[in-house]
Ligand binder design. Structure first.
Ligand SMILES: *[C@@H]1O[C@H](CO)[C@@H](O)[C@H](O)[C@H]1NC(C)=O
Ligand SMILES: *[C@@H]1O[C@H](CO)[C@@H](O)[C@H](O)[C@H]1NC(C)=O
Ligand SMILES: *[C@@H]1O[C@H](CO)[C@@H](O)[C@H](O)[C@H]1NC(C)=O
Length: 505
């Protein structure tokens, strides 16, 4: 009969097969967990990760989504889309906030734009061709900003009829001022302009460079920011996976709709071949869905608006992107998981929209791969951290992704080093326990960073903070992923943190 050793081996094999939560590429070790790093800022641009990517853009302060506010020098008040949009433009606000902010849609490298208001209508001229209104759902009129060369914060705004806007009174803003005039405080066409917010994402960088320059700039970025050597670094420093953010336009490579440019798919192909060479697993992460699922630059929002999921066609288009990517890489031994969408934001994305998409996206992955895990990102904003469980629990090989940053919330603003660390051991442990259930989906801390609001922290403080997170997030049943591999902000660069001894795996 079998030797003792052979029987033991057999028993171990049976045990592993039965207890594996999910079989993936023959990996049957239920204790296998990802120690991953995100490749942020590579195939989906984020300006804060690599600001120099924007250096060559003409008029780079005026990108898509940049907010401008205009104070009339004669009336002494701000232009405002009354009611936030849907009616006239007035000039009767003493302070500027949302309704007084005009978001740019850039046309080319000149200072000619469409203006979008708070409720997303576009500024144009009324049927009389004179009164300035914000009623159209699509861009109708262009406006040119002319800056005073002596003081570029003083501007005039020329409408498409060739005439300048003027604030005649607090309730009458018209496009009928003829004189070039001067730049004095008595000229009703002069406004003091201030900047209010903006985005530096993929839409901004590609539309900013325009169709002539963007293809080369982006290809240079893709081929230099992440290279084969990085996969070697990853595999030799205790990591076993990468989470790669991609944008929806990758599915129509090499000719994505403008302003996006082709070539990111070839870069992703390279990642798969390097991953295979160095034994690294890949999570493909749809970080930017068509229309933007959260209004942030990292989902390639054009102007801060969140329009993903509004129609069935939009959802079907997104499912097709998932299907395309899964089909393309299903045979690669490196494809470990597909994340259907990153950080949908509640309440803009409703739960029923979310679950409908997640079900369809799951099916799309399964049409091509029985083994890839399907990752579902929890909604940001007001949402129950277990809201996806009834859906995910009924489907094999699902993972719920949560992002844990000791940032972006007021509660962290005044925390000390020790309070931050205690928060990890106490509160993050509790949050993770809450979502880790025997028959539920696996849990994944798909983004975290050893950065905080503490100023003047020492290297040892950072080391303790990182160690606490590694310990706690190491209990997530699917694993974790640091945000991100490379970043000019050093603590956000796992490569820098490892090379400088802040993090050891
Ligand atoms: C500004 O003018 C509009 C239009 O007349 C009016 O409805 C609104 O109440 C005014 N707002 C202020 C703050 O004066
Ligand atoms: C920029 O766009 C405006 C408006 O469409 C057009 O009139 C102008 O010729 C364009 N300029 C350049 C340099 O492309
Ligand atoms: C962290 O958890 C502790 C213990 O449950 C609780 O008292 C505290 O309020 C939590 N801290 C925050 C900032 O939520």
């Amino acid at each position: 009969m079998f030797s003792k050793e052979a029987r033991q081996l057999l028993l171990i094999c049976i045990f592993m097969l039965c207890s594996a939560p999910f079989l993936s590429h023959g990996r049957v070790d239920p204790k296998y967990k990802l120690k991953a790093v995100n490749l942020g800022g590579w195939l989906v641009t984020e300006g804060w990760i690599k600001p120099s990517l924007f250096d060559g853009i003409t008029n780079k302060d005026f990108l898509d989504g940049t907010g401008l506010q205009f104070k009339s020098v004669t009336v002494g008040k701000y232009l405002c889309a009354e009611s936030g949009g849907g009616t006239i433009i007035v000039a009767n606000r003493t302070a500027a906030s949302g309704w007084e902010t005009f978001k740019l849609w850039r046309i080319n490298e000149t200072l000619i734009f469409n203006f979008r208001v708070f409720n997303n209508q576009f500024v144009g001229l009324d049927a009389n061709g004179v009164d300035v209104v914000a009623v159209s759902e699509s861009p109708v009129s262009t406006f040119e900003i002319i800056r005073n060369s002596d003081d570029p914060s003083r501007v005039k705004i020329r409408a498409s009829n060739g005439l300048f806007l003027q604030a005649k009174t607090e309730v009458s803003v018209t496009a009928d001022y003829k004189g070039e005039g001067g730049w004095g405080d008595d000229d009703p066409s002069v406004f003091a302009m201030t900047f209010s917010g903006g985005l530096r994402g993929e839409f901004q960088v590609t539309n900013g460079y325009g169709p002539e320059k963007a293809p080369q700039v982006m290809r240079d970025h893709w081929s230099t920011f992440i290279v084969e050597e990085d996969f070697k670094f990853i595999s030799t420093n205790g990591l076993n996976a990468v989470r790669i953010p991609v944008g929806w336009w990758i599915a129509s490579d090499p000719t994505p709709p403008p302003p996006y440019v082709g070539g990111s798919l070839a870069a992703l192909d390279n990642a798969f071949s390097w991953a295979q060479k160095y034994g690294v697993n890949i999570i493909i992460d749809l970080h930017a869905a068509p229309g933007s699922q959260n209004g942030y630059e990292h989902s390639s929002s054009r102007d801060g608006s969140q329009e993903w999921g509004a129609t069935d066609a939009n959802i079907q288009q997104t499912v097709a992107v998932i299907e395309f990517l899964t089909a393309r890489y299903a045979k690669s031994p490196s494809l470990y998981a597909v994340e259907l969408i990153n950080e949908p934001l509640s309440p803009g994305v409703a739960l029923d929209t979310m679950t409908k998409y997640y079900k369809a996206g799951y099916d799309a992955v399964r049409r091509h791969s029985q083994t890839a895990y399907v990752v579902m990102s929890n909604r940001l904003g007001p949402a129950d951290p277990k809201e996806l469980f009834s859906l995910a629990s009924g489907l094999a090989g699902t993972v719920v992704d949560v992002h844990y940053y000791n940032l972006f919330q007021d509660i962290f603003n005044s925390m000390t080093v020790q309070q931050n660390i205690d928060f990890i051991y106490t509160n993050r442990t509790a949050q993770l326990n809450d979502i880790t259930m025997a028959n539920g989906p696996l849990t994944f801390v798909g983004e975290w960073v050893a950065e905080w609001q503490v100023s003047g922290a020492t290297k040892e403080d950072y080391q303790r903070f990182a160690k606490a997170q590694l310990e706690v997030y190491g209990r997530a049943s699917f694993g974790w992923a640091y945000w991100t591999l490379k970043n000019v902000n050093t603590k956000w660069s796992l490569q820098w943190m490892i090379n400088n001894g802040y993090i050891t795996l």
